[in-house]
Design a protein around this ligand. Structure first.
Ligand code: HDE
Length: 730
């Protein structure tokens, strides 16, 4: 149903540049077609191989069998060395205002242009078949098919990175991937090699705080922020450059699941994020993000306490506000996972005129890596000809040949200068749209070292931790206790405790308690192996004081958007004898607000209500689980209530939903179902809207009030505050 949405109402010129239209000529639809071989011959029988008689051997002559099996044998390509597990969608981007004052990138200067995009979200460490819910960074890679060529914004859902120099990337990835002797654990950082490496890499301190936070457990790809991480440049037509940091702000807010929940989802539905993205788009609930930019004028380059070129630092939004410059809407699922999601090739070096690089040493290394990796993964230098990777504008150059070349270049010349073809294809001047690199002055000695301005590793780690709400802080403590608890070598755990003590003494003490260890006294010089021999690491910070914030609200998810229940999944627990009105009224209100509602019963098929109305069941307790839902409602109806009260799976469903801090509502007639849970008796006795909105549990006889309060509760996402004081076994 969501096919070709990007075509709607677009002008012929727009359609010409529409990636969906461009892909159309490559689409194969077998509806009503005869089956053929790859050389186009109609096949009469592709289910029986050609044999010498009924019971005879298969003949080598059988080109149909040979072709089918050979193609199958070669179906797999290497998975991405990182970000192997991912899913993607098509969409469009539109800028709000003409930004030509700061960038000449055409797609950011014309509010009438709708730029097609293809976006791939991913985890980093796991293999292609691993769970979506691993504790991990998420990739957020956007390919803009602009009218000046492709611009790839290859970012993550966290604004900083583990390392400051690309040369360490293979070490980082070798450390986090499953250990080489036994290939364990899959898609997890909770093991010795990762923490061995990290505990000796103090520059990772800030990123580790992010990776141990709930940001590593998104509720949905649709509810994640995205970040370009590095500082880039915007350059305008006059050649004036400003530094820019890119952000994606999800219109559904930034939300996460609980770690225990994540682990359960990994078993119940390892495709949870993939399915969520797919289902939302199929249902027409198109995910949206605003593109944000933080702009720093060239003359302010040295104004901050940190170095803009250091990818382990962010610019606090309180210092440089994020300006929202446009909106991206994902409106079409891919037709074919392999051809599109798997074969898409992003490259941080794909920029268009008006967008340029800085000397961030991580970015510089990435500029090499992305083409290199596609050469092996996609099998040769012509991967730009794969339909999903083709720009919407024509490609003309003197590159030729190579495996799987598809372009049939006419003419004699494949070199320049040439007189034979009057120097075609021509080079474009800047005024003609030619890409001209920013004229940055560089006057330097060749060195293999890091700038002193990169040596403060703990201030922003501390800023991040201090900016979290109490529940968020608790989750970081628990995550570190879990991860280090899985580490076998005590010396690694201890070294990491010493690093944590540099960030926050309390945090280190709590993790040390969970590990049954003391925080060792390791001198900072020994922990921070990047400090120069003279120990002077603060020179830069002390002369560049801006940026010393105690707290940055924007770093916490606590204040995120909490006023929508769009696409939230709500479970209604019911059985025969349910009060159909109590069920339908709440269900209808939830659906009207854009939620997805499933009726879950002891068995599939239909249930018969108190008044003999048939109600279709969506899931049974066998196929559903509370971890796959955001909230639960229990309607009234004597028999239904009695069945649910006695149904262990229903009671477990509620207990688990409570444990994971979700909104729970019940018709007063169904109170006894709640009374059979662990949590109900732990709730405060006094009853008011305030307690309901604090505890996230609501029982009411007034279905109208119940529905509206329940909607408010679901919008709040989770009731993290109740987590610690009301621990329950579930
Ligand atoms: Fe990547 N990264 N990366 N990376 N990266 C890849 O390219 C690399 C880094 C990111 O959905 C690879 O096509 C190096 C930062 C995303 O297809 C590879 C360094 C950020 C994706 C590669 C980094 C990213 C990749 C593997 C350190 C956030 C998935 C397959 C210098 C800003 C794109 C591929 C997709 C993929 C190299 C660090 C984001 C090997 C050398 C920092 C979202 O080329």
């Amino acid at each position: 149903m969501a096919k070709k949405t990007s075509d709607k109402n677009s002008s012929p010129a727009q359609q010409e540049n529409d990636k969906t239209n461009k892909l159309e000529s490559f689409v194969a639809d077998s509806t009503g077609q005869f089956m053929t071989t790859n050389h186009g011959v109609k096949i009469n029988d592709d289910q029986n191989s050609l044999k010498a008689g009924d019971r005879g051997a298969t003949l080598l002559e059988d080109f149909i069998l040979r072709e089918k099996i050979t193609h199958f044998d070669h179906e797999r390509i290497p998975e991405r060395v990182v970000h192997a597990r991912g899913s993607a969608a098509h969409g469009v981007f539109k800028v709000y205002d003409d930004l030509s004052e700061i960038t000449k990138a055409a797609f950011l200067c014309d509010t009438s242009i709708e730029t097609p995009v293809f976006v791939r979200f991913s985890t980093v460490a796991g293999s292609r078949g691993s769970s979506d819910l691993a504790r991990d960074v998420r990739g957020f890679a956007v390919k803009f098919y602009t009218q000046e060529g492709n611009f790839d914004l290859v970012g993550n859902n966290m604004p900083v990175f583990f390392i400051q120099d690309a040369i360490k990337f293979p070490d980082l990835i070798h450390a986090v991937k499953p250990e080489p002797d036994n290939e364990m654990p899959q898609a997890a950082s909770a093991h010795d090699t990762f923490w061995d490496f990290i505990s000796q890499l103090p520059e990772s301190a800030h990123m580790i705080m992010w990776a141990m936070s709930d940001r590593a457990l998104p509720r949905s790809y649709r509810m994640m922020e995205g970040f370009g991480v590095h500082t880039f440049r915007f350059v305008n037509a006059e050649g004036v450059s400003n530094f820019v940091k890119f952000h994606w702000k999800p219109l559904l807010g930034v939300h996460s699941v609980a770690w225990d929940e994540a682990q359960n989802i990994s078993g119940k539905d390892p495709d949870f994020h993939r399915r969520d993205l797919w289902d939302a788009i199929e249902a027409g609930a198109f995910p949206e993000w605003e593109l944000g930019v933080q702009i720093v004028p060239e003359e302010d380059e040295f104004k901050f306490e940190f170095d803009l070129l250091d990818p382990t630092k962010l610019i606090p939004e309180e210092l440089v506000p994020v300006q929202r410059i446009g909106k991206m809407t994902l409106n079409r699922n891919p037709d074919n996972f392999f051809s599109e999601t798997e074969q898409v090739a992003f490259h941080v070096g794909h920029v268009v005129p008006g967008i340029d690089f800085t000397n961030d040493p991580l970015l510089q290394g990435r500029l090499f890596s992305y083409t290199d990796t596609q050469l092996i993964r996609l099998g040769g230098p012509n991967f730009h000809e794969i339909p999903i990777n083709r720009p919407v504008v024509p490609v003309h150059n003197n590159q030729r040949d190579g495996y799987m070349r598809q372009t049939i270049n006419r003419g004699k010349t494949s070199y320049g200068p040439n007189a034979i073809a009057a120097n075609d294809p021509q080079q474009a001047k800047a005024q003609e749209g030619g890409f001209v690199s920013y004229n940055e002055r560089i006057d330097a000695k060749k060195i293999r070292a890091r700038s002193r301005s990169f040596f403060d590793h703990f201030s922003q780690a501390r800023l991040f931790f201090n900016s979290q709400s109490d529940p968020e802080k608790n989750h970081i403590t628990d995550a570190l206790s879990f991860e280090l608890g899985k580490v076998k070598a005590v010396e690694i755990r201890e070294r990491m405790l010493a690093v944590l003590a540099e960030i926050d003494k309390n945090l280190a003490a709590e993790v040390a308690y969970a590990l049954g260890l003391h925080i060792p006294k390791i001198p900072l010089e020994e922990l921070n192996n990047s400090i120069p021999a003279d120990g002077d690491r603060n020179e830069y910070a002390s002369t560049n004081p801006e940026g010393s914030l105690a707290k940055s609200e924007a770093l916490s998810m606590a204040g995120t958007i909490k006023d929508t229940i769009q696409t939230r999944k709500i479970a209604i627990l019911a059985a025969d004898g349910v009060d159909e009105k109590s069920l339908s009224k709440v269900k209808d209100e939830l659906i009207a607000e854009g939620a997805v509602v499933h009726i879950i019963a002891p068995k599939l098929g239909k249930i018969i209500s108190e008044g003999d109305v048939e109600v279709t069941v969506d899931q049974s307790f066998l196929t559903a689980a509370s971890v796959l839902y955001d909230a639960v409602y229990v309607p009234g109806g004597g028999n239904s209530v009695a069945t649910l009260e006695a149904e262990a799976n229903a009671v477990h469903f509620l207990n688990e939903a409570f444990k994971h801090c979700k909104a729970i509502a019940a018709d007063e007639q169904a109170l006894q179902v709640l009374e059979s849970t662990y949590f109900y008796k732990k709730l405060p006795a006094e009853y008011s809207k305030e307690t309901v909105l604090r505890e996230g549990v609501l029982v009411s006889a007034d279905i109208k009030i119940l529905a509206s309060t329940f909607i408010e509760m679901i919008g709040m996402h989770r009731f993290w505050e109740r987590e610690n004081p009301r621990k329950i076994p579930a």
